[in-house]
Design a binder for this molecule. Structure first.
Ligand code: FAD
Ligand code: DLZ
Ligand code: SF4
Length: 520
């Protein structure tokens, strides 16, 4: 075969510096991008997530074509659309007769398994390149992880700091003397706190066309399309990053864990959708963050916190995914079997914290970290919701969700379903934590101060119900085991009250229809 090199680029690989494009010549390369039904429906993604990906893919195509590349772009409604990556690749091979297919490995196990078949299926040579947009390769992570009983992000993060040199002093010590300034980063919100609004990008013609397509073809998917404002090009994503570094990074650290009713972004960067799509380079963002500290424009605790989220958590989560797959998908160490409550899809609950987080999720395809972890996640942990149902929900509802990042966060971080490989203890909390870190409780039908019975915050009895039912596993845990002394000091009636209240609440939960997450 003497044809060109065919370079398939997936929807979350929209980077001009992608390994499969580097070093290629434009007159000898055909880029292939495919909108396919399989990807849009393997779970019923939030409408905004499909708009984001299709619009960003179409804009990226226009950018490549302007720069002189040949792009074979397949739209969802094109006649003969084969519906899958493999089917579309077969059509493209037929049409272009390439001598080589060069592709960057997929981010998700599911797609990587399909890709692994391509070399046998097709007559031309197929090369699958590592995704070097991540700082830590899979081999490097495995090397770090293989002899450890439990994996802790903090130690991995220090390796990444040393590797990148970010926030390191010349003598090899961490900037400011500490690796981590988290203790300065747990401020509750101030009354009436409101952050500067992030740039909102109005849909252009390309995005408007995709919005129409999605409204029409994915009408039964979760989520609203009214407030679609995500960056869909590298320029827009850069503008969003500029605004974060100019206006919000200063307070990013201190208020990282704060929650305010109706304030959906607070001081968060809101950059995860752009980073995950490939529009922004994570290392460049960290370098910008470091510069803002060195120039005296942002405090160390905020900058270190931001850098830790990216070269620490994000890299660690991705390494963990590949290290623990495919078993992680089925992990259920706490044997949680309850169905996801219907209100996760409708938002109809009297619990003000959950209602606000679900509203933001529906309206923006986004909720910030502490909402995902300590409200939505904490509830699923305490109520014993089945990991499979929780995983599907998180994969559907967030515009930044891909399995490599969603699954470890859900299974291992919020549900402790891996039995503690990733987190040293379950992130379980009563209403007290939410009351301290938010203004939700003042707007709620329940009281965080009431422990049991009518009007008691459901997180309170659920917390003790959770601790009670997992005593065998958790009592010996150094970080959480001491809580059982408090439980044991309560009199029998009090303990029974907690358990009865929790059971009565759990009995009221109506399980959701599976049709929300998957087509029947
Ligand atoms: P910021 O608060 O500004 O943080 C900066 C960046 O750090 C983020 O953009 C992100 O790239 C990175 N980051 C921070 N925490 C994490 C983390 N735990 N894992 C990976 N990256 C992290 N993030 C996703 O990108 N996709 C997901 O599907 C996803 N699912 C999650 C599910 C649960 C249960 C939890 C607890 C967290 C999840 N996260 C996920 C991580 C985090 O909540 C989001 O990255 C963050 O809310 C995105 O908003 P932001 O860009 O404003 O983040
Ligand atoms: C999430 C998604 C969706 C909804 N649709 C497409 C698509 O039609 N074409 C495409 O190339 N990518 C899509 N994606 C992102 C892919 O699911 C993602 O690239 C793979 O799962 C690998 O992580
Ligand atoms: Fe949430 Fe409980 Fe506070 Fe209501 S009282 S907002 S349910 S923590």
């Amino acid at each position: 075969m003497s044809g060109p090199v065919l370079v398939p680029i997936l929807g979350d690989q929209l980077s001009r510096n992608l390994a499969s494009l580097r070093g290629r010549t434009k007159d000898d390369t055909v880029v292939l991008m495919m909108e396919v039904w399989d990807e849009a429906t393997y779970v019923k993604h939030h409408k905004q997530k499909i708009v984001l990906i299709f619009s960003a893919m179409r804009h990226f195509t226009a950018e490549l074509r302007d720069a002189g590349w040949t792009v074979d772009y397949v739209k969802l409604d094109d006649e003969g659309n084969a519906g899958s990556f493999t089917g579309e690749l077969a059509r493209a091979i037929e049409e272009h007769d390439p001598r080589l297919v060069s592709v960057v490995e997929a981010g998700e196990w599911r797609v990587r398994e399909d890709m692994a078949q391509w070399a046998d299926k097709f007559a031309c040579e197929v090369e699958i390149l590592p995704d070097d947009r991540f700082l830590c390769s899979q081999a490097e992570f495995e090397d770090w992880a293989k002899d450890r009983d439990s994996l802790r992000m903090e130690f991995f993060y220090r390796e990444m700091r040393r590797k990148t040199g970010l926030l390191m002093s010349e003598d090899g010590k961490p900037e400011g003397g500490e690796w981590n300034y988290d203790s300065e980063n747990r401020k509750p919100p101030k009354e009436g706190m409101s952050a500067p609004e992030r740039p909102k990008f109005e849909p252009d013609d390309i995005t408007s066309e995709v919005i129409e397509l999605v409204a029409d073809r994915f009408a039964d998917h979760f989520g609203s399309l009214e407030a679609f404002h995500w960056p869909v090009t590298r320029d827009e994503a850069e503008e969003a990053a500029d605004a974060f570094f100019a206006e919000r990074i200063e307070n990013f650290g201190p208020y990282q864990d704060a929650m305010v009713h109706g304030e959906d972004d607070l001081y968060h960067s809101m950059l995860s959708t752009s980073i995950n799509l490939g529009l922004l380079d994570p290392m460049e963002l960290c370098e910008r963050a470091e510069k803002s500290y060195r120039d005296g424009n942002a405090p160390l605790n905020s900058v270190e916190g931001f850098i830790r989220q990216i070269i620490g958590w994000r890299e660690y989560i991705r390494g963990f995914y590949w290290y623990r797959m495919p078993h992680l998908q089925k992990a259920n160490a706490l044997n949680a079997q309850r169905g996801l409550p219907e209100f996760y899809w409708t938002g109809e609950t009297d619990m003000a914290c959950l209602a606000d987080c679900i509203r933001s999720t529906r309206d923006n395809a986004h909720a910030h970290h502490i909402q995902r972890l300590m409200v939505l996640g904490n509830f699923c942990l305490l109520a014993g919701i089945s990991p499979r149902e929780v995983q599907e929900w998180y994969l559907v509802v967030y515009a930044d969700a891909y399995e490599w990042v969603e699954l470890p966060n859900v299974a291992a971080m919020i549900l402790y379903a891996d039995g503690g490989k990733l987190a040293s203890k379950p992130y379980a909390a009563s209403g007290n934590y939410i009351n301290k870190m938010s203004d939700y409780c003042g707007k709620c039908a329940y009281s965080p101060h009431k422990k049991t019975g009518n009007g008691a915050c459901p997180f309170n009895p659920l917390y003790w119900h959770f601790m009670h039912r997992h005593r065998d596993r958790l009592e010996s845990n150094r970080r959480i085991g001491r809580i059982y002394a408090t439980w044991d000091r309560m009199d029998d009636d009090k303990r029974q009250d907690y358990l009865d209240s929790a059971e009565a609440f759990l009995d009221t939960l109506k399980p959701a229809d599976s049709g929300w997450a998957r087509a029947d």
